[in-house]
Ligand binder design. Structure first.
Ligand code: GLY
Length: 564
């Protein structure tokens, strides 16, 4: 048994709390929590526990979200990060709904054809691995912007993460498998030796210590945003770029800013749904899909009935056809959002829907509008004063670019692959795009991340989100329909098998445990079916009318629900 002794960085109080409440060498995974004071659901039990410690210490949901996110950057290196980006949707207890965009940006030296070889072919190795795959990270800017709404000093929120990085923590079996499976990539795409490889394979219970990361977090604690975007960390990052042929510059880092955006907000069955606008495609697709669903008596069809799955599949196809053509960063490309989400367009689009038969993605193209205008991670948090936070962040692929900034200890994202590197060439999620999502310096790549809050009578009712690349939006869509239309328990809404259709490829993806008889019937209708591994890792909190908080971490990973 090792002891997790507090380290004194002038933060004795928080560290004593850490020592008392967090044993990073002995912990279990709790999948559900019911209580009244607050709850945190995230991809790792230690991170969820950190969030609850901060709530107990008097922090609000935003404080807890910042601390949870920073802890994830240590204990969940596959996706938790300071080298990536993400989105935050929050409902504040004064009634405001806010969204923060801290998505990565294309570096100043990026250009449209940067991933094409001399023959004009897309080199996906370059957009998906190594230095050139990285966009300018946004996570740290996002956390400091979010901190405007927090109560506790930032140094208190980052202290648990520093300690977890400095002293180490026992890794789970899933983490061990992840690190082992990326071993070759860690060796191939780094210019320095990283802590993520060792001579023998990783196994559950091994301790992962990240001293360089601890020092970077200390610089952030001391100097704020400048601890990341300037000074030593920036210097190390740019030196790493130079060694590995990357293009992120000091200026790119200095210029990075998180942006507050107007939420994508709409009504569904009497609820107010608040989600992330562009550059999240979710902010357009979720309203499109729910508004299409609203035209049918789907509750009567029943959960996983052939009729409901066929309808939802075709709705997903119609929405994703528009994603590929129209969606991109609105700061750089005019996207007809109002038109795409209008009732008239939804009705017009549904004319293409045919029940009882498989649609055809060759026949279904993007709709006509006037020219008017996998690895990611989610956390859901509520406190007992009416604040709710839904944050999805990403490095893109598992462990991002697999490149660690030498001396700074954090993994870089491979988010550039979320741009359309060449029209019609699928990215790592099989998604295609065109002009709307082409690479432009400073532009944010289109995302699927859909952190969402559903309000009932103006108060938080459901807080939801998930990782999963392009399956994110369909998973959030299905989770909401499961809860609102099929009246399903929070646990089942999270854990029951999901399906996914994204227009191209014209394949209906089903989780391995999706009911056989439904998939056979769908095949008979003409669908090409492909079984695949897990779809999403959905973290959901529901607040019941009597104020009881129900929190559920997805069975599909180490996800954990904690509260008090
Ligand atoms: N990198 C996954 C997403 O943003 O959609």
């Amino acid at each position: 048994m090792k002891y997790f002794l507090p380290v004194i960085y002038g933060l004795l109080l928080v560290n004593v709390v850490v020592a008392q409440e967090l044993d990073p060498y002995n912990y279990s995974i709790q999948k559900t929590f019911r209580g009244r004071n607050g709850a945190v659901v995230s991809a790792h039990p230690l991170a969820s526990k950190v969030g609850v410690m901060i709530l107990k210490k008097g922090g609000n949901a935003i404080d807890a979200a910042i601390a949870t996110k920073l802890a994830l950057a240590v204990v969940y290196p596959a996706a938790g990060n300071i080298g990536g980006g993400g989105f935050m949707v929050a409902h504040l207890n004064d009634g405001r709904n806010i969204t923060l965009d801290f998505r990565e940006k294309a570096p100043g030296r990026a250009h449209r054809d940067m991933y094409l070889d001399s023959a004009g072919n897309a080199d996906l190795d370059k957009s998906q691995y190594g230095h050139l795959a990285a966009g300018v990270p946004g996570s740290v800017a996002g956390l400091f912007t979010a901190h405007t709404y927090a109560r506790l000093p930032f140094r208190d929120l980052i202290a648990p993460a520093i300690e977890l990085a400095e002293k180490g923590y026992s890794i789970t079996e899933e983490e061990a498998e992840g690190l082992n499976s990326e071993r070759e990539n860690f060796l191939k795409y780094n210019t320095t030796t990283t802590v993520f490889t060792k001579n023998n394979p990783w196994k559950a219970g091994d301790t992962l210590v990240q001293k360089d990361l601890a020092n970077t977090l200390r610089r952030i604690s001391k100097r704020g945003m400048k601890g990341f975007y300037a000074g030593k960390t920036a210097k190390l990052l740019v030196a790493e770029m130079k060694r590995g042929g990357g293009i992120i510059s000091r200026k790119d880092l200095r210029d990075y800013k998180a942006v507050s955006r107007n939420p994508s907000a709409f009504k569904y069955k009497g609820y107010d749904v608040v989600t992330m606008p562009l550059p999240s495609s979710g902010g357009v697709l979720l309203p499109m899909m729910l508004k299409m669903t609203e035209q049918f008596p789907i509750a009567e069809y029943g959960f996983h009935s052939l009729k409901a799955v066929q309808l939802m599949t075709e709705i997903e196809r119609l929405a994703y056809a528009d994603r590929a053509f129209y969606l991109g960063d609105e700061d750089y490309y005019k996207v007809p959002v109002a038109k795409l989400t209008s009732d008239a367009y939804i009705k017009e689009r549904l004319r293409l829907y045919k029940p009882d038969t498989a649609g055809n993605s060759k026949a279904i193209r993007e709709g006509s509008v006037e020219k008017e205008s996998e690895e990611t991670t989610h956390l859901s948090i509520v406190d007992n004063t009416g604040n709710a936070v839904s944050i999805t962040t990403t490095l893109n692929g598992g462990y991002g670019a697999c490149t660690v900034v030498g001396g700074a200890g954090f993994l870089l994202n491979n988010e550039m692959d979320d741009f359309s590197v060449k029209p019609g060439v699928p990215n790592m999620f099989g998604a295609i795009g065109g002009e709307a999502n082409a690479i432009v310096p400073g532009k944010r790549m289109l995302s699927s991340m859909t952190p969402t809050i559903v309000l009932k009578n103006g108060k938080p009712h459901i807080v939801a989100g998930t990782p999963g690349g392009t399956t994110i939006t369909t998973s959030v869509y299905q989770t909401l329909v499961n809860m609102i239309d099929f009246n399903m328990s929070t646990f089942d809404a999270v854990n029951k098998p999901k399906f996914h259709m994204q227009w191209l490829p014209d394949i209906l993806f089903l989780e391995k445990d999706f009911p056989l008889e439904v998939s056979a019937a769908l095949e008979k209708m003409g669908y090409e079916i492909k079984r695949r591994g897990q779809i999403g890792r959905t973290e959901v909190i529901k607040i019941l009318d009597d104020g009881t908080i129900e929190a559920v971490g997805d069975r599909r990973g180490d996800d954990a629900a904690e509260g008090f």
